[in-house]
Ligand binder design. Structure first.
Ligand code: ATP
Ligand code: MG
Length: 256
């Protein structure tokens, strides 16, 4: 990786993760469209202040609880997630005892295997959804975008689908699954259709979900059930209000 930005640079982290996405593009892990998705995320993170806000932390706890309560939890992995946070995905999978499944909007020869390799290098065991293993189909979405693993997402009751596309989220919801997502855009269809939306950057949100899961595991199941109770509309409204208030405050500041 040709990354030589000094750690003192004010945008160091943002530039580091951008570099990881570019590296992922060269390694066939990230699709070209993944660059645009990342840019959308970067701009929204700027508005969020590039820190986890309360509504994000609370949603992360609810998501952790639901993963623990699940019979068949699955963590879906796309190219951007694998490029940005492979170790963190593996850590969460271990904490909640859920398989990782490669689940791509753009399936292309070699991409699933490239993502599998990145996850294995980060310590993953078996990775679902690679090649012939993705043999089942989700109804209601167009070909190529609907293949899933019959051992994973097909039979899952709870799925975490970070940075997911709206059509596919909708299809998973229609299949009766409890859908959890991480999405910086509270206005995306995924954010609105999912049951729990963590409005935060995946690079910060995943470790928080893992930390919350480890904390909850030490508590009785009743505590998981309490933490899993969630009103997603209310949470999205809080996120939207936060964005609008913060921008209004920054406008005042700009006026001096
Ligand atoms: P939708 O299909 O849900 O209406 P979309 O077409 O705008 O949304 P997609 O490309 O399908 O977006 O999904 C990517 C989503 O992930 C976007 O909402 C984007 O803001 C968000 N995103 C991108 N990078 C990150 C990140 N690092 N952390 C969290 N969210 C991110
Ligand atoms: Mg989309």
């Amino acid at each position: 990786m040709s990354f030589d930005i000094p750690t003192s640079h004010p945008r160091y982290h943002s530039l580091l993760f951008r570099e990881k996405i570019v590296e992922g593009l060269h390694n066939h892990v990230v699709a070209e469209a993944g660059l645009f998705a990342h840019g959308r995320g970067e701009s929204l993170d700027y508005f969020l202040g590039e820190i986890t806000q309360d509504f994000g932390r609370r949603a992360a706890r609810a998501a952790a609880a639901r993963l623990l309560l699940a019979r068949h939890p699955v963590i879906s992995v796309n190219g951007n997630a694998a490029a940005l946070v492979p170790q963190e995905l593996v850590a969460l999978a271990k904490a909640v005892n859920a398989p990782l499944e490669v689940n791509l909007f753009y399936r292309a020869p070699g991409r699933e295997e490239a993502i599998e390799a990145v996850l294995k290098a980060a310590g993953a065991g078996e990775v679902y959804g690679v090649g012939e293993a993705a043999s089942a189909e989700i109804p209601e979405i167009t070909h190529g975008r609907r293949r899933v693993d019959p051992r994973g997402i097909l039979i899952a009751d709870v799925v975490l689908v970070p940075l997911e596309d709206g059509d596919r989220t909708e299809a998973l919801v229609a299949m009766g699954k409890d859908v959890l997502t991480i999405d910086l855009n509270p206005l995306s269809r995924t954010a609105k259709k999912a049951h729990v939306t963590v409005v935060d950057n995946i690079v910060r949100a995943l470790p928080i979900i893992t930390e919350q899961a480890l904390q909850l595991k030490a508590l009785p199941r009743a505590a998981w059930e309490e933490a899993g109770g969630w009103d997603n509309g209310k949470n999205l409204a809080q996120a939207l209000r936060f964005y609008s208030h913060r921008l209004a405050d920054l406008a005042l500041e700009a006026e001096g």
